[in-house]
Design a protein around this ligand. Structure first.
Ligand SMILES: *[C@@H]1O[C@H](CO)[C@@H](O)[C@H](O)[C@H]1NC(C)=O
Length: 399
């Protein structure tokens, strides 16, 4: 019964998203840089243009006003958000708890990435956002094009030869994609920190997999034809209103498509942080990103997008999409995962760890209720996650 209700809501949301052009108005929201400044920190907005024309916004906290360390050595750290998300996810719990501020106060130069397609990166110099071509990408391109472009930009801008990287959810997937597909970037990553790492989905317990997986997890079906190359749950009031209504029907669904999606309870959640997030979430992404994740759930493999045997043959020269070769990742990498993660749970992390030959550390959060979104909104995430990340990064800096 629950699953059917979920399915209905999700299909409605996707249908509406496809039918309605996104009505997101940037001038009406508090953007990441304004949010940062409102807490007293200096903030900058930078744009990076990718080789295929996407204009990405990087926000930056160059130093901490508390340390007044603008003239000292400040190693750069790049923070990368998850699916349906944006740079606000590392800010929503404020200076005492969110990773971006904690890193700034630990003496780092903090850069916040925004992947193509989200509210801060909705421009392309060649393609109009109204063209389906704009949405013809998934996290493979974010990993092979966007993140490398951001890293090169940061290296250029700061004069440091390496960056530290921390990603949440899809922000971990794109890290794995980058370093396996473009292994030359291993040298540019001083250390990597994967919060809720997502590569394998065989055991994903979220309703999303059961509701959508069978329909869109395999190529060639009608659903794929309908959904491919479109925007997936953009931030618009209509989508939020539909999901909001469903909240009164079932307590297990919160009032936001983004929050609902992660599906893991609210024991550790900071409600104020959630309400900050809701202002700019869901933040926009291509349907292909969701389809690609569902394909991984169906195939049990971590591999490239499946276009069906015929098109795969043309693109990849083989019938099945090629695997991402995790043994090529040599940058020092720490994984932080949790037991109650309905999207990227402990068994799937086991699979990742077994294939990630050079993984430096496999840390499991000891609180059993800790879930997928808790890595960005839990009341206890500072002690359980962020402090550890900073301690690890410090160790690479001899601090
Ligand atoms: C919860 O979030 C609010 C809003 O950002 C923040 O002010 C507060 O410090 C957070 N508290 C904890 C314990 O995370």
């Amino acid at each position: 019964m629950g699953a059917i209700a979920y399915l209905l809501v999700f299909c409605l949301a996707v249908g509406l998203a496809a039918a309605e052009k996104s009505d997101y108005c940037l001038s009406e929201i508090v953007k990441s840089d304004e949010r940062i400044r409102s807490h007293g920190y200096p903030a900058e907005a930078h744009t990076v243009v990718t080789e295929d024309g996407y204009v990405l916004t990087l926000f930056r906290i160059p130093y901490s006003h508390k340390l007044k360390n603008q003239n000292e050595k400040r190693p750069p750290v790049l923070l990368q958000h998850g699916l349906f998300s944006n740079s606000d996810c590392f800010l929503s719990s404020g200076p005492d708890n969110s990773l971006a501020y904690l890193l700034a106060d630990a003496g780092y130069d903090v850069w916040l990435g925004n992947a193509r397609g989200n509210i801060y990166s909705r421009e392309n110099n060649i393609i109009s956002i109204n063209s389906p071509k704009f949405w013809h990408f998934d996290w493979h391109e974010i990993g092979t094009i966007d993140i490398p472009a951001m890293i090169d930009y940061i290296i250029d801008e700061t004069g440091h030869s390496q960056v530290h990287y921390a990603g949440h959810s899809q922000g971990t997937t794109v890290y794995l994609v980058m370093l396996s597909e473009r292994p030359e970037y291993n040298e540019k990553v001083k250390s990597g920190h994967l919060l809720a790492p997502c590569a394998f989905f065989e055991h994903g317990s979220s309703f999303i997999f059961k509701a959508m997986g069978p329909l869109v997890g395999t190529p060639g079906g009608l659903w794929n034809q309908l959904l491919v190359d479109t925007e997936l749950i953009p931030h618009n009031n209509l989508v939020n209103r539909v999901v909001d209504n469903s909240c009164h029907l079932s307590n297990s669904i919160c009032n936001n498509a983004f929050i609902m999606f992660a599906n893991g309870g609210y024991v550790n959640s900071n409600a104020s942080s959630m309400s900050v997030l809701i202002e700019t979430h869901p933040a926009g992404s291509s349907s292909n990103q969701g389809i690609h994740f569902l394909q991984l759930w169906a195939s049990h493999e971590f591999r490239q997008y499946d276009w069906g045997t015929k098109k795969n043959q043309e693109i990849y020269g083989q019938e099945l999409p090629p695997d991402y070769d995790l043994s090529l990742i040599t940058a020092p990498t720490h994984s932080y995962s949790s037991n109650n993660d309905a999207l990227c749970g402990p068994k799937d992390v086991d699979t990742l760890v077994s294939k990630f030959t050079h993984l430096t550390e496999d840390h499991r959060v000891p609180v059993q209720t800790f879930n997928h979104l808790d890595f960005i909104i839990a009341k206890n995430m500072k002690e359980l996650v962020n402090d550890l990340v900073i301690e690890r990064i410090n160790s690479y800096e001899g601090r």
